[in-house]
Design a protein around this ligand. Structure first.
Ligand code: ZN
Ligand code: ZN
Length: 371
């Protein structure tokens, strides 16, 4: 006999009524009242702060503890995080940790295996996926998190609706504040977060592991403030970055780096480049072997790539030491060190060329296999 799932009415009603009532009121408001450019700028900033507090706060700080911060910043992230109406951080982080440890199984609270809609927001309609207990002993000790968890309605209504009305009052438009800075912002920012569980497990490349549904996609990264490099994130959840290259669209990473620059974030965790490249090559090797490429050949090439990468790192470190010595050196040693610097520069150049060449060869295999 199929057991009928119980609907979680308060959550289901909020998720349904907020967009329906909010959007209807929004269009009625636009018809009767004027809005200003300044109001829309504030809207964009508020929406960005809301999303970034979820991605940099709820997600990378609380759920993954990928960096540390001070109480002021924690409060700031919890305040704007509450304004997103995505539940208390403790519950959010606990559900998210379950998602990581049980990805693609029945124990994953928002498993993509149950369909796109279920992973997106469908799971929030049912008691058996919403009512999972909080399991995050490290976070449960935090007094600020405890407070937000215990008085969540106060935090969320205060930050999500009362605060927007106050901003609206500043523009002489409290109703506009409630509808635009409140309801519309909540609807849009919730959708951005929901895409992480649906689109991030549907669209893009499986760069580091083809065994999990998580994917890397620039488009999804734009929609989710950087969370779109999700295959990387599932493989290396401790890393405070999701987009590891400087050009990867990851505003959440940039925000954490900015916080770090101002001393507001410390102990930023990163996975060594060698480990990341190794995971990528291992995953591709498995796939290439299945396509008929010789395992032995792939292993040799993989070792060559990884060894050259280590060699470059070593040369760079040696170069930095010689350069430092050279700056403080006496006249007699100056020439000798100058030669060593030139030699080391050449070593780095050659190793980089070797690395590039080996990587090109590897890419040739992957291109051939894709064709
Ligand atoms: Zn995921
Ligand atoms: Zn995560």
């Amino acid at each position: 006999m199929k057991i009928k799932k119980q609907i979680d009415w308060p959550v289901a009603l909020f998720l349904t009524l907020n967009p329906i009532v909010g959007l209807t009121l929004f269009f009625i408001y636009l018809y009767f009242f004027d809005t200003t450019v300044a109001m829309w700028v504030v809207f964009l900033v508020f929406a960005a702060l809301t999303n970034l507090s979820i991605t940099a706060g709820y997600h990378r700080l609380f759920a993954h503890r990928s960096y540390e911060t001070n109480t002021f910043m924690k409060f700031w992230l919890l305040f704007f995080g509450s304004s997103a109406f995505q539940g208390p951080a403790l519950k959010w982080a606990s559900d998210h940790r379950r998602h990581h440890s049980h990805i693609d199984t029945t124990k994953d609270p928002y498993s993509i295996k149950k369909g796109f809609w279920y992973a997106h927001m469908g799971w929030l309609f049912y008691k058996d996926s919403v009512d999972l207990d909080i399991k995050a002993p490290d976070l449960e000790k935090d007094r600020l998190l405890q407070h937000q968890n215990k008085h969540y309605l106060l935090w969320s209504i205060g930050a999500g609706f009362v605060f927007p009305i106050l901003i609206g009052l500043f523009f002489g438009a409290p109703l506009g504040g409630l509808i635009i800075f409140g309801s519309l912002r909540i609807f849009l920012t919730q959708q951005s977060t929901f895409f992480v569980n649906s689109l991030c497990h549907t669209l893009g490349e499986q760069t580091y592991s083809k065994e999990i549904s998580a994917r890397d996609s620039f488009i999804v990264a734009v929609l989710t403030h950087g969370e779109g490099y999700h295959n990387f994130h599932h493989q290396f959840q401790l890393d405070y970055r999701n987009g590891i290259k400087w050009y990867h669209w990851d505003p959440t990473k940039w925000m954490i780096q900015l916080m770090n620059l101002f001393g507001m974030a410390k102990k930023l965790k990163t996975i060594p480049a060698q480990e990341i490249l190794k995971a990528k090559l291992n995953s591709e090797a498995k796939w290439l072997e299945a396509k008929g490429v010789s395992a032995e050949k792939l292993e040799d090439l993989k070792l060559k790539i990884l060894e050259t990468q280590i060699k470059i790192k070593k040369f760079k470190e040696e170069y930095a030491i010689i350069k430092r010595d050279w700056k403080n050196s006496s006249q007699e040693r100056w020439n000798e060190l100058q030669i060593q610097i030139a030699e080391m520069k050449l070593n780095i150049k050659n190793a980089k060329a070797e690395f590039k060449f080996a990587l090109k060869e590897w890419q040739m295999y992957t291109q051939l296999a894709t064709a």
